[in-house]
Design a protein. Structure first.
Length: 95
């Protein structure tokens, strides 16, 4: 009957919503601020953490977080940035 089909659809919608909440509860959102003196390695640290690669000692990790061409030209970051990092279920870094 039409009433039984409607009830079945509504039940499926509730289950889908519950699955969405389960996924959301598994995700965590943590914000971290990095502060420090000039040339203390803040951008290098952010580059290493977000890209999963060690620095080469010549600024390769830091160069991954440059936002503007003048930052690459003079080797200094000059802007506030937001970087995203994530982890797979096994703990290895994603992306």
């Amino acid at each position: 009957s039409a009433a039984a089909e409607k009830k079945e659809r509504e039940s499926a919608e509730v289950e889908d919503g519950e699955n969405d909440r389960d996924v959301e509860s598994m995700l965590r959102d943590t914000k971290v601020a990095i502060i420090g003196n000039v040339d203390s390695g803040k951008s290098t640290l952010v580059g290493v953490l977000t890209r999963g690669q060690l620095d080469d000692g010549r600024g390769k990790a830091r160069s991954k977080v440059f936002n503007f061409s003048h930052e690459a030209a003079n080797g200094r970051t000059s802007s506030i940035a937001q970087e995203i990092m994530g982890f797979r279920e096994g703990g290895e870094q994603a992306g």
